[in-house]
Design a protein around this ligand. Sequence first.
Ligand SMILES: Cc1cc2nc3c(=O)[nH]c(=O)nc-3n(C[C@H](O)[C@H](O)[C@H](O)COP(=O)(O)OP(=O)(O)OC[C@H]3O[C@@H](n4cnc5c(N)ncnc54)[C@H](O)[C@@H]3O)c2cc1C
Length: 259
Amino acid sequence: MIPQNAFSDASNAPEIQRVRHELHRRSLEVVKVERLTPHMIRVTLAGPDLAGFVSASPDDHIKIFIPGLDGAPVRRDYTPRKYDSEAGTLVLDFVDHKGGPAAAWARAAKVGDYLDIGGPKGSQVISGNIAHWLLIGDETALPAIGRRVEELSAPSHVTTLVAVSGQEDEQMFKTSARHTAYWVHRPLDKANDAQSIVSVLSDLDIPERTFIWVGAEARVAKTVRQYLLEKRGIAAQWVKASGYWVKGQADASVKNVGV
Ligand SMILES: Cc1cc2nc3c(=O)[nH]c(=O)nc-3n(C[C@H](O)[C@H](O)[C@H](O)COP(=O)(O)OP(=O)(O)OC[C@H]3O[C@@H](n4cnc5c(N)ncnc54)[C@H](O)[C@@H]3O)c2cc1C
């Protein structure tokens, strides 16, 4: 049995406060489209409907409403990567994978198009005596990870460990926090294999009072959480792990892989 770290046990765990927001549907205009990296498309949205938009946590999600592959409406989850209330803009980052209508919408998006969004319905705000953040994920979690890194400030410590297809898909984040970034490379068709992440993780020191956030393909998120709990003795209350998508299934996620 692995002893649990006395400073990262259940009794002094951070609190995850659930905040509800009034639900609004908004129709927003595309004002900018950029190819951020080979597998990431950044879309900036604006318009009067953005008034009153609230996103209290970096891992919030909104629903986007788009035509499905057969033309019937479908919805998908996306992270509000950056909301600028003064400029009146909302940035979303879309992974360019070959499979689904959301990725196809982003590939075709152009200035002047409209996108309907709903939410965020709620936020999970993490607070407490956190000395260090460890953020682990794949491309779909990069918006949440990037936003968290940018919203943290000195003297916070944050380590990120992200799996992408290659060096050209790595991203830089501006932050005054102390940030250490690890990247692992694997092809997108191996995005449900946790091996590359676990192998770097097994060499990483996890200091006391580290809050670990995981967002990745569901099998990877589950494997990483299991590794942290079973092999590293981390208390479950110090880990928040979500399956952001499920390989082989459309419109699928596992918001908490621990249950
Ligand atoms: C809370 C939350 C926040 C999220 N934030 C973002 C975000 O900001 N940006 C983002 O890009 N994604 C994000 N996602 C993931 C996104 O919702 C899914 O990837 C979604 O399935 C994409 O929809 P689609 O229509 O493109 O593909 P779908 O129609 O849902 O899926 C079609 C096929 O593509 C596969 N697939 C889906 N996503 C991927 C992928 N990333 N790589 C390879 N194959 C894939 C599916 O397994 C399926 O076989 C988030 C998910 C959650 C739960």
